[in-house]
Write a protein that binds this ligand. Structure first.
Ligand code: GLC
Length: 628
């Protein structure tokens, strides 16, 4: 007799609510339980979750089910990300559809459309100053266009990532305009002060994010007589997450975007979400409670959707964004591995991997729960030299001195440097100097080409491929930043645009060169060689099961200071990712490799056997091997 065994949609919701309720309510209770409106807030949040689930399209509900059954889907080696600005890459959202063949050809299966929601007019911090979270930037198209892109990507087995800015809105957002007009309900959405007494007390311990062009963390508005918390630019007003209404509004927006077909939400600038007097107001414990609660909301109403947390902070401070202690496995599914990125550049400049090895061994565990890294070498932002004084001291060098050296090296001023970059937000008070520049220009290609040095150009391409092999093999989703696969150089034209000239990050946000891309399979140019190299790395990544994000990564102390070696301990066998940062040949003893469980001496990256010479394997400069 046929049984009626199919779970009904409301039963599925009830099960998911029961699963994640213990992750949600205790957090909210601690954050908001003391407020009179808490019971009403709780009811409204539950209604929002139910409504979002009721509105969730059928195909996305199916995806929810599939990903509940395959929770490691995003850790598999077939995930490869690509990050771009819609206008600079394709023109608009519809034209993105024409570029999917290119991305598929490269091996991409995950696409991050840089900020695409409606920004304020004029300078919008590259789109991170959002005035309407429910509308797409009209220059890129409509919400329907975004949904079409999501559907087209899904049909190709690709994922869509979009930004959700949590820390602030544009001052032109409807909430901000109402606040400005004097509505106390909306003034409580932000952090506003009648005098500068409190702001001054906070400033004593705050740092400046944009000291150059947006000094200070507060802005005074004479028209309504208030000081407003503005961590980033003046036009970006920090939200007051101590107000439960803000949590509710943002959750509704999050679920709205989820139901448009977004797979990954990149939660922007999360470290800043909670303020506490006497602190830097970064990574406060409440931030992790908020992020766990937001995660739980998605797990209830749209479990297919993941959270990528953007917290560009010191190594020890970064890990909690994956959930540590009580939050373990309940917070971000993805977070940027900023330290790996910084240490890549550090090792490239010094030709010495010892600090990189130390930092990775000391601060990062071999596995994460329900999570994996977003690994990258370049992104749309500057590089901040996040080398701590303590980590520098281990090698007997000064933190400030080493950070200044890295800035000078990548600005291109340090004697013998191969790099061409630009300073970003130099802070004379702290000595902090951040750097902008494209992967290829920072890796030496721009200088080599300008000097007509073909050998140096080839070496620069090899450095770019070394970086891409590292992020593809380390463990996590590698994110390729637009144009880096073609070794794109710095674009100095931003200096002629009044709304960009103050922000050197535009140096590495060029227009995609499609004429160059068209030569990728045939030309013998640095760009085409780079493309083919990256494409090969990504294809091999997909074929090598040991590179699954759930496979533990153990960083070995290499017997030679120019090598970085990441062991992946898979149940089948060990794989050693070996990366040569020295500019000369390195010879690694076979016995040392055997002691690490290497038996076959087969390189999965080149798909070739590795010959032994006098009991050693020989590694040319910038060599990368995935040895089994
Ligand atoms: C993030 C973005 C950066 C932006 C900032 C403020 O760090 O990556 O581009 O300036 O947030 O929204």
């Amino acid at each position: 007799m046929a049984r009626k065994a199919v779970a009904k949609d409301d039963e599925i919701f009830a099960l998911r609510l029961a699963r994640s309720a213990p992750d949600l309510w205790p957090m909210l209770e601690r954050l908001y339980g003391h407020r009179a409106e808490y019971p009403a807030f709780r009811d409204r949040l539950l209604t929002a979750l139910r409504t979002a689930w009721a509105d969730r399209p059928k195909d996305l509900r199916r995806l929810d089910l599939q990903r509940d059954l395959e929770p490691d889907w995003f850790q598999r080696p077939d995930r490869v990300g690509y990050v771009f600005y819609i206008d600079r890459f394709a023109g608009d959202l519809r034209k993105v559809l024409d570029k999917l063949d290119y991305l598929e050809d490269l091996g991409v299966s995950y696409v991050h459309l840089m900020p695409c929601l409606k920004p304020r007019p004029g300078d919008s911090d590259g789109g991170y100053s959002v005035m309407d979270y429910r509308a797409v930037n009209p220059a890129y198209g409509t919400m329907e266009d975004l949904e079409s892109v999501a559907t087209a990507l899904r049909a190709r087995g690709m994922n869509l990532c979009v930004d959700l800015v949590l820390n602030h809105t544009a001052k032109e957002h409807d909430w901000a305009e109402r606040a400005r007009a004097g509505d106390p309900t909306y003034q409580d959405y932000y952090l506003m002060f009648d005098s500068d007494t409190e702001p001054k007390r906070f400033e004593e311990t705050l740092v400046e994010v944009f000291p150059d062009n947006a000094p200070g963390n507060f802005t005074y508005y004479p028209d309504f007589g208030k000081w407003v918390w503005t961590t980033f630019n003046e036009h970006q007003w920090d939200l007051n997450w101590a107000n439960p209404q803000v949590f509710l509004e943002i959750t509704e927006i999050m679920l709205f975007l989820a139901n448009r077909g977004v797979d990954v939400l990149r939660l922007d600038a999360v470290a800043f979400m909670w303020k506490r007097l006497g602190t830097r107001c970064q990574s406060e414990p409440e931030v992790h409670m908020l992020l766990q609660a937001l995660r739980a909301c998605c797990r209830i109403a749209c479990p297919a959707v993941l959270h990528l947390e953007e917290a560009i902070v010191a190594p020890a401070e970064m890990l909690p964004y994956f959930g540590r202690g009580a939050h373990d496995g309940k917070e971000g599914n993805l977070a940027y591995h900023n330290s790996l990125m910084v240490q890549f550049w550090n090792a490239l400049a010094t030709r010495d991997t010892r600090m990189m090895t130390h930092v990775m061994q000391t601060h990062f565990p071999p596995v994460l729960t329900n999570a994996t890294y977003a690994t990258y070498i370049r992104c749309h932002d500057d590089i901040g030299w996040a080398v701590t004084d303590e980590d520098a001291a281990v090698f007997g060098i000064s933190g400030p001195g080493h950070r200044a050296y890295l800035a000078d090296f990548y600005e291109g001023r340090f004697p013998g440097s191969f790099a061409r970059g630009a300073l970003f937000q130099e802070n004379p008070a702290t000595g902090d100097k951040r750097i902008s520049g494209s992967f290829a220009s920072l890796a030496g290609l721009e200088k080599a080409l300008s000097e007509g040095d073909a050998g140096a150009a080839e070496q620069a391409v090899q450095r770019v491929l070394l970086g891409h092999a590292l992020i593809a093999g380390f463990g996590g989703i590698p994110l390729i930043y637009m144009g880096d696969e073609l070794a794109t150089l710095n674009d100095y034209s931003y200096r002629d645009r009044p709304d960009h000239a103050h922000d050197s990050r535009w140096l590495h946000r060029p227009m995609m060169d499609w004429a160059l891309a068209a030569t990728r399979h045939s030309a013998d140019t640095p760009a085409a060689r780079c493309f083919r190299g990256v494409r090969h790395i990504l294809a091999r990544r997909k074929a090598v099961a040991e590179l699954h994000g759930g496979v533990p990564t153990e960083i070995l102390s290499a017997p030679i200071p120019g090598l970085f070696i990441a062991a992946r301990h898979a149940p089948t066998h060990n794989l050693l990712g070996i990366y040569n940062f020295s500019e000369g040949w390195s010879h690694l003893p076979a016995d040392w490799l055997r002691a690490q469980g290497i038996t076959r001496f087969h390189d999965e990256l080149s798909e070739a056997a590795v010959a032994l010479h006098d009991g050693h394997i020989a590694l040319p400069p910038q060599a990368r091997l995935w040895l089994v």
